[in-house]
Ligand binder design. Sequence first.
Ligand SMILES: Cc1cc2nc3c(=O)[nH]c(=O)nc-3n(C[C@H](O)[C@H](O)[C@H](O)COP(=O)(O)OP(=O)(O)OC[C@H]3O[C@@H](n4cnc5c(N)ncnc54)[C@H](O)[C@@H]3O)c2cc1C
Length: 264
Amino acid sequence: MYAFEYHRPTTVAEAVSLLQGASDGKFLAGGHTLIPTLKQRLASPSDIIDLGAIADLKGIREDGDRLIIGALTTYSEVVESATARQAIPALAQLASHIGDSQVRNCGTIGGSIANNDPASDYPAAVLGLNATVRTNQREIAADDFFLGMFETALGEHEIITAVSFPKPVKAGYMKFPNPASRYAIVGVMVAQTDGGVRVAVTGAGPCVFRLPDFEQALASNFAPGALDGLSVSSANLNTDIHASAEYRAHLVKVMAKRAVAAAR
Ligand SMILES: Cc1cc2nc3c(=O)[nH]c(=O)nc-3n(C[C@H](O)[C@H](O)[C@H](O)COP(=O)(O)OP(=O)(O)OC[C@H]3O[C@@H](n4cnc5c(N)ncnc54)[C@H](O)[C@@H]3O)c2cc1C
């Protein structure tokens, strides 16, 4: 039996207060991770706090040289947004390859990065594009947000309200997807930003990470061939039924080169 109290607040303050008052509460966004977790009996929260009626968490807008995406914005809304497609084409392209249409119609950017699945796509975008995660309490730089497998810098009663992306000069994302789920076996975001080149890898290790030697090489020459002499160590990469650590190491370089070639 599922036994929890269901709440549908209309403001962020109300959502946080409900979470604070619950013995073991959980926010519900798109539900595409949380609901399967409940069905598998891996979690049994006392309270489910559905964020779906909080208008302040939704929407996509430009603010000067930044693209702001509300936490509750779905993947499909990013794909279909002319504003997002024009500001950061690589981000809209990344969102268009997440899961299937049902996942894209429900899954949200807030839910994806709060969950921080090692094979999720958005963490590579947030880290690679040097985004800032906005919460009800503070702003967290991407470099400080993703701490480990399913682990982030979010505090116990902290809610993501939006993600703020600086518009890059150029960016590209390529992934080698799991053919069944479309999760990334390896996905690489490369970006030329005002602060330099950034390369972020998802799917390969326990948590999204940057590749400083790739960044250095691409800073001198932003072309696929700049990565020719480099290799990726398989130490600390994931081995599972889908791919060995050695294969993932190989894929990181291949995807990085393709992402550079596709960058716009
Ligand atoms: C079949 C299938 C295929 C998939 N394929 C892919 C894929 O190719 N690539 C990919 O990246 N993902 C994939 N996913 C995962 C999907 O993107 C999920 O939607 C996502 O991981 C979680 O987002 P959600 O909005 O559904 O969050 P939920 O499941 O509602 O919540 C996930 C967690 O985040 C917390 N949370 C939610 N919103 C907030 C917030 N605003 N602030 C703080 N905490 C919050 C919740 O409490 C919960 O702990 C797939 C999922 C399925 C079921």
